[in-house]
Design a protein around this ligand. Structure first.
Ligand code: ADP
Ligand code: TRP
Length: 320
């Protein structure tokens, strides 16, 4: 069975875009692949400077995956930091990566263009990510388009290592770029944690409602016919309740159905999808001991794979 692996940075509470764009697609692979989904806490350290917040977000993300249906008996869920072998591999890979390649990294270049002075951690981010992937003999990596460059670098360095030290040392992975449509936020732009336009996944229904009511719309009167195309409310509805999308489109077109009504219908549809998961989330998030036990059990199993890879790499490069 081939292996699917992906990492999620615990930088904030997951939003609806993360659920539709990353969590659902990754969970749909469990029947076909051996799945390893981990919480990239050391990657989050490139931006998060609040220890208590990081501690909390690690558990928020773990509880989110479990509430969305991840079965820890079938998928290894673990924290990146519980497998320290990742740093050994990061070093070996760093010795094969050209600085020029890291200088072309999108995240690093973006930080420079914003006039920031990026940390060495941000510069080396792709090396740690390559190690995350190569450590577990990963075949496919489900990711968003924004991560494509990181995967190319990962493949590149794996092939270089194999070329120098022997073809059987590392498995060369493939990206599985998400076909999920981009989910737009309350301002109509790509929903993103950093933009404050997110529709929360597991906040109380009142907050969810408020967030949906704040979605920007055009300003026709109640009786006016309205176009579904281009509207964020309709687009979100079509993602959450595809079987009823046509119905909303027709109601909008015929008039007498305001954006307020459409938002109410959207709220009901989202609530129907995530309400039961929210209850599971809250129960799991409250039981930190159980959550940590699941993460540790996942790490124990992941570590066995990691140790074998590190042994192979060490002996290939001459450090054994
Ligand atoms: P954010 O942009 O909010 O910081 P991340 O970059 O941490 O989110 O993304 C985590 C995962 O969720 C990625 O796989 C990404 O492709 C997916 N994702 C994030 N935002 C969206 C969105 N608006 N629509 C679809 N998928 C998204
Ligand atoms: N860089 C990814 C992101 O920002 C998170 C990540 C870290 C990751 N390590 C990974 C994703 C390994 C896939 C595989 O979303």
């Amino acid at each position: 069975m081939k292996t699917s692996l992906t990492g999620i940075k615990p930088t904030n509470l997951p939003h609806l875009g993360n659920y539709l764009g990353a969590i659902q697609p990754a969970l749909s692979l469990v029947d076909e692949y051996r799945t390893l989904y981990f919480i990239a806490d050391y990657h989050a350290l490139t931006t998060v400077r609040d220890a208590e917040a990081l501690r909390g977000h690690i558990r928020d993300v773990a509880a989110t995956w479990l509430a969305c249906g991840l079965d820890p008996e079938r998928t290894l869920l673990f924290r990146q930091s519980d497998v320290p072998e990742v740093f050994e591999l990061t070093w070996v890979l760093s010795c094969l990566l050209a600085t020029g390649q890291l200088e072309r990294g999108h995240a690093y270049k973006d930080a420079l263009s914003r006039g920031e002075s990026p940390s060495a951690g941000l510069f080396n981010y792709p090396a740690l990510m390559a190690a995350d992937i190569l450590l577990y003999d990963t075949d496919i990596v489900p990711i968003g388009k924004d991560q494509k460059q990181h995967l190319e670098l990962t493949r590149d360095v794996a092939m270089r290592l194999n070329h120098i030290y022997g073809d059987d040392t590392l498995v060369v992975p493939e990206a599985l770029i998400s076909q999920a449509p981009l989910v737009r936020g309350t301002d109509g732009q790509k929903m993103s944690k950093s933009k404050g336009n997110g529709i929360p996944l597991f906040e109380p229904p009142k907050k969810l409602r408020k967030s949906i009511m704040s979605i920007k719309t055009t300003s026709e009167g109640l009786e006016d016919p309205k176009a579904a195309e281009g509207s964020t409310v309709y687009d979100l509805y079509a993602l959450v309740a595809p079987e009823r999308a046509l119905q909303m489109k027709q109601k909008l077109a015929s008039g007498g159905y305001g954006w307020g009504h459409a938002k109410e219908d959207l709220f009901q549809a989202i609530e129907a999808e995530i309400g039961p998961k929210r209850d599971a989330y809250l129960a799991m998030r409250a039981d930190e001991e159980q959550l940590d036990a699941i993460l540790h059990a996942g790490a124990d199993k992941a570590r066995q794979i990691a140790r074998a890879t590190i042994q192979r790499v060490r002996s290939a490069v001459g450090i054994d």
